[in-house]
Design a binder for this molecule. Structure first.
Ligand code: NPQ
Ligand code: MG
Length: 377
């Protein structure tokens, strides 16, 4: 932790907002089809400032075991009481106060990241700066969901390539894999391309995964069980393509275990899945020390979570493009402004103002909000 992050602040008020945002297009993965994207937004107040964080839960326990209601419950009963009315000197202080809570990383991340945003604002620096980030623009790609037919998928990829995305990730599942990847590769021979199975395969499917080795993919993400390390370590030496773990890496310890046994050669870092920005930094540092590249994953975030991801992706070992698309990829109207737009070179600009660099618009928040609760010290 850098010295600059020490800045005692009393947490005077915490608010939770359960919102449900209509997606610009339905998004289908091997675990299901999402039409709207619910999440919990966290606001922490101190000295007239507000820090925002996002709990990246979805419509059910599909990607992760957490849901809106588990996040709300754990925040209300355990996490908010651990910080409300307390003098917090740094984000590490928040992590220490949460240490008895096992699991529930997405709930922990929402509140911890809100404190990071608050502290950046209080110190008059960008969140990227507070995290010791080094870039002013971050390379990004786009994640393309499963479509009803190959034609529709090719149209979607063409649209994103035309928009300027320089890296495409295809969602795959059994029956929607080799044929789809072959078709995309034939039409775009030089496009940086990767695939994500979201756990849809078993070791018996290894022949299919070995076939994917022929398409010059940047990586193959999480083919096997969401908690597995052992089967991935069995598969990796059979492939030229790096395996990348997502769901299986739920803490810095999981990252270390995975690297120890050779379960992957790349790690997807998601702040929610690993339990907050402090853990994300730790995984970044661990991987940097071992020469393992990382990249920033995405969970269909609003501009609050997107700004958090952009700040994280400024750390030097985030060398692969992130799943941090422009705001318009997922939402016609976001609850926070300004939108992130795609720049030439398939990159997003890093906000340089104090804090997150986006401001929540109260009317827009109210329009998509299903529940609100506040706690004062
Ligand atoms: C992944 N994200 O890398 C995830 C999966 C994902 C951009 O591909 C609601 C909450 C909807 C979490 C959709 C991308 C979600 C979600 C997809 C996570 O595996
Ligand atoms: Mg993934």
């Amino acid at each position: 932790m850098t010295e600059g992050t020490e800045h005692p602040m009393q947490i005077e008020r915490v608010e939770l907002h359960y919102v449900d945002m209509p997606l610009a297009h339905p998004f289908e993965t091997s675990f299901g089809r999402e039409v709207t994207r619910p999440c919990v937004l966290v606001a922490v107040h101190s000295g007239g400032l507000i820090g925002w964080g996002e709990c990246a839960v979805g419509s059910g326990p599909w990607f992760s075991s957490e849901t809106i209601e588990t996040a709300w419950h754990v925040l209300r009963e355990f996490l908010i009481p651990a910080v409300l009315g307390q003098d917090i000197a740094s984000p590490a202080d928040v992590v220490a106060r949460f240490h008895r809570v096992r699991g529930h990383p997405i709930a922990r991340a929402g509140l911890e990241n809100a404190v990071w945003a608050l502290m950046a604002q209080a110190q008059g620096v960008s969140l990227a700066r507070l995290l010791d980030g080094e870039r002013d623009r971050v390379p990004v790609g786009v994640s393309v969901g499963i479509e009803p037919a190959l034609d529709a998928l090719l149209d979607r990829v063409a649209q994103h390539v035309d928009e300027g995305y320089g890296r495409v990730k295809l969602k795959i599942k059994p029956g929607w894999d080799v044929g789809v990847v072959r078709a995309v590769r034939e039409r775009w021979p030089d496009l940086p391309l990767q695939v994500d199975a979201n756990c849809a395969y078993t070791p018996a499917d290894a022949p299919i995964l070995r076939e994917l080795d022929a398409f010059d993919l940047l990586l193959i993400e999480q083919p096997f069980h969401h908690e597995d390390l052992v089967d991935h370590a069995w598969l990796q030496p059979q492939l030229r393509t790096p395996l990348c773990l997502d769901e299986s890496i739920r803490s810095p310890e999981h990252a270390r275990w995975a690297l120890e046994i050779g379960a992957c050669r790349v790690i997807n870092v998601k702040v929610g899945r690993v339990g907050g920005l402090t853990a994300a930094q730790e995984i970044h540092d661990l991987c940097a020390g071992r020469g393992v590249p990382v990249w920033c994953g995405g969970m269909l975030e609003t501009n609050v979570g997107r700004a958090t991801n952009v700040a994280l992706a400024t750390l030097p070992n985030f060398t692969l493009p992130g799943d941090i698309s422009a705001s318009a990829r997922y939402y016609r109207e976001d609850i926070a402004e300004p939108n992130f737009v795609l720049n030439p070179g398939s990159a997003l600009s890093v906000p340089d103002g104090p804090g997150l660099g986006v401001r929540v618009i109260p009317e827009r928040l109210a329009a998509v909000r299903l529940r609100h609760q506040a706690w004062n010290s």
